[in-house]
Ligand binder design. Structure first.
Ligand code: NAI
Ligand code: MG
Length: 498
């Protein structure tokens, strides 16, 4: 494929120009080896187009560009100016919201309405970190009268960032926002299932005013380009969102190369707990949204549902009716709630888990089958009669599949809820303030929602306990992933000691 762009069209954006090259030094370029790979529309199973594929050589070129920018022009840009550039970027994303959301829906399969919601969060995140850029401060630390000491929060350097396909643009914003606010440069790799929206977004950096090389965006395969980024000797930090398996590989690659700093945002198997005194109608809505939003492809999906015995039977009856009524279908239809899973691989993996659940003796309350005959659609699926040792209760399914079980006491449900290697999120539904706070404090998870679910916000830190990850994204907390503390200590006067 010679060209660096292709004319495409979506039902909501009409015709548009889709860049297909690697975005390095503010320009789209071809991959050195001339390789390309295809991306699929998961709603139709048809090929959308091919994009240029980065290999190790292209990663080297992108890292060199980021290094040059870090040591050169970017180091001269003032904090205030960095903030302004991030706000410019947010404004440009807002101006192009229709196109960006349409491309996201086309390549990922999420509904265009939900994709617009993602874009709202992208814009909010970039503006928020724009605001932080000139508020990165050190301290003066008084140790004795003969010394003057202070700390500086300096950027880490060249940051490699590897993102998944479930929220392509939102994950990009979460990664680049804090990294740019604090003065780093970036090589970001999108997921091979969803390279298109990142490339359209890349066109905005130059217009926003970023110097060449500050942000480089490459399309590539994980085990090739991603592995090269993790093992690179001139990358100072790697940030990753994706599977726990790959998270481990990245940490190993960092350890055996240059000990680059590592932050990981990995999987989850989050508990969603409903007490007898909850507002049942609201609880059903949030439980439904907690698992079926984004087709269950959320790291924080509330996939283990626990309902107290007093309302269990009523809850199951009403929840399954609610789930079965979720509109599954065309991402471009305005009333679609659930689109297709992202790929054949993910479809097969989820259907495999459903078979496994059936074999283990769990009961399907609703769903369990393919939806339609084209596209990777799966019916919203609820399993009951589960035990804690079942694979479907232990492993992340990352699809529209949940388990529901009955509990009697708070003590019992806390034991079950915390019985997981993961600890990303959790929720509790109750009208009793004491129960809400006691249970929230006892849950081993990075985020606990009370009487709601999936309500992430760019001001609120997000990340995992246990095997769900290392570090926190969003909020002020994310800044520390991208800065390192330098201590400067100055002797006042001539005395050698004192
Ligand atoms: P994955 O972890 O393989 O892919 C995520 C990203 O990592 C992609 O950009 C991919 O290119 C990259 N990658 C893959 N292998 C790599 C390697 N060896 N070195 C460096 N980078 C590499 O996840 P996949 O296969 O797409 O999905 C599998 C499962 O992972 C899902 O079923 C789900 O359970 C989990 N997952 C969790 C996500 C989250 O938000 N925490 C997002 C995506 C997947
Ligand atoms: Mg795709």
């Amino acid at each position: 494929m010679a060209s660096l762009s292709v004319e495409l069209s979506t039902p909501t954006s009409g015709k548009y120009t889709q860049p297909t090259g690697l975005f390095i030094n503010n320009e789209f370029v071809k991959a050195v080896d001339g390789k390309t790979f295809e991306t699929i529309n998961p709603a139709t199973e048809e090929v959308i187009t091919s994009v240029h594929e980065a290999t190790e050589k292209d990663v080297d070129i992108a890292v060199a560009a980021a290094r040059k920018a870090f040591e050169g022009p970017w180091s001269q840009v003032t904090p205030q100016e960095r903030g302004k550039l991030l706000v410019n970027l947010a404004n440009l994303a807002e101006k192009n919201i229709e196109l960006l959301a349409s491309v996201e829906a086309l390549d990922n399969g999420k509904s265009v309405v939900m994709a617009k919601g993602d874009l709202g969060a992208v814009i909010g995140c970039l503006r928020y970190y724009g605001g932080w850029a000139d508020k990165i401060e050190g301290k003066v630390i008084d140790t004795n009268p003969g010394t003057f000491s202070y700390t500086r929060q300096e950027p880490v350097g060249v940051c490699a960032q590897i993102i998944p396909w479930n929220f392509p643009l939102l994950m990009l914003a979460w990664k680049i926002g804090p990294a740019l606010a604090t003065g780093n440069t970036i090589v970001l790799k999108t997921a091979e299932q969803t390279p298109l929206s990142g490339l359209v977004f890349a066109t905005l950096f130059k217009e926003a005013g970023f110097p060449p090389g500050v942000v480089n965006i490459i399309s590539g395969i994980g085990r090739i380009a991603g592995a090269a980024m993790s093992a690179h000797m001139d990358v100072d930090k790697i940030a990753f969102t994706g599977s726990t398996v790959v998270g481990r590989q990245i940490m190993k690659a960092a350890a055996s190369s240059n000990l680059k700093k590592v932050t990981l945002e990995l999987g989850g198997k989050s508990p969603n707990i409903v007490f007898n005194d909850a507002d049942i109608e609201n609880a059903i809505s949030w439980v439904n949204f907690g698992i079926f939003y984004n087709h269950g492809q959320c790291c924080c999906a509330g996939s283990r549902i626990f309902v107290q015995a007093g309302i269990y039977d009523e809850f199951v009856q009403r929840f399954k009716a609610r789930a079965a009524a979720n509109k599954v279908g065309d991402p471009f239809a305005p009333d679609t709630f659930q689109g297709p899973q992202v790929s054949q691989v993910q479809y097969d993996r989820i259907m495999g888990y459903i078979q496994e659940g059936k074999k283990a003796g769990a009961t399907i309350e609703t769903g369990g089958e393919r939806h339609g005959d084209k596209g990777y659609f799966i019916q919203p699926t609820i399993f009951s009669n589960v035990t804690e040792d079942m694979t479907i209760v232990q492993e992340e399914i990352f699809g529209p599949v949940c388990s529901i079980s009955k509990f009697e006491t708070e003590e019992e449900v806390l034991k079950s809820a915390n019985n997981s290697n993961y600890g990303l999120a959790a929720a509790v539904h109750t009208k009793n303030l004491n129960t809400a706070i006691r249970v929230s404090n006892a849950l081993r998870a990075g985020t606990v929602w009370v009487n709601q679910y999936n309500m992430l916000h760019h001001q609120l830190p997000f990340g995992g306990y246990k095997e769900s990850g290392i570090g926190r994204e969003l909020g002020e907390a994310a800044l520390s992933n991208y800065t390192q503390t330098k201590t400067v200590s100055i002797r006042l006067g001539d005395a050698l000691f004192g």
